[in-house]
Design a protein around this ligand. Structure first.
Ligand code: HEC
Length: 149
């Protein structure tokens, strides 16, 4: 691994940690649709880690495959948030239903960023792939800031 790559990698690790500590025990006792979406989000996190690893190894095929799974999730995510499903231990904010347009946009941003990562990984351009991975991570964080307690 060259220095530049190492640097990018360390950077990304820092980024990932922003959304990894707070929810270690968050879904104890969760059931039904809340549990299902928590599992999907946990899967999203491991996919992001997988993509991060893929970047270290120039493994564009893994990056593309993982981004494709995130894209699929983005398309069904809205079905996992029936009105009022913000009871503990869910961390979903009631703003999801107070500002449905804003929530829709946050999902759309996530969808578009996943698409972009797929496109860049197909081009096998390292720098552009890193950039689109960062942008994708920003859409996770952006939605959490607004719609997760
Ligand atoms: C459009 C909004 C939105 C996007 C985009 C989004 N999340 Fe979330 N995420 C949420 C909400 C809301 C919750 C809280 C769900 C709950 O507790 O019911 C959550 C919860 C989580 C959790 C905690 C799950 C648990 O076990 O309690 C993780 C981890 C997570 N998201 C990771 C990610 C990652 C990684 C991405 C991007 C690849 C992402 N999320 C994109 C809204 C979003």
């Amino acid at each position: 691994m060259n220095i530049k790559k190492l640097f990018i990698y360390l950077n990304l690790l820092l980024f990932m940690n922003i959304f990894s500590l707070s929810q270690l025990y968050a879904n104890e006792g969760a059931t039904g649709i809340i549990k299902e979406r928590m599992d999907k989000f946990k899967m999203s996190k491991s996919l992001m880690k997988k993509i991060n690893k893929g970047l270290q190894n120039d493994d564009f095929a893994t990056i593309e495959k993982s981004a494709q799974i995130l894209l699929n999730w983005s398309k069904e995510m809205s079905n996992y948030f029936p009105e009022g499903s913000d009871t503990p231990p869910s961390e979903a904010s009631s703003d999801i239903w107070l500002d449905p347009e804003g929530f829709k946009i946050a999902i759309k941003n996530f969808e578009l960023a996943s698409l972009e990562l797929i496109a860049q990984s197909q081009n096998k351009d390292f720098d552009m792939t890193v950039n689109s991975f960062r942008n994708l991570a920003k859409t996770c964080k952006g939605c959490h800031q607004k719609f997760r307690n």
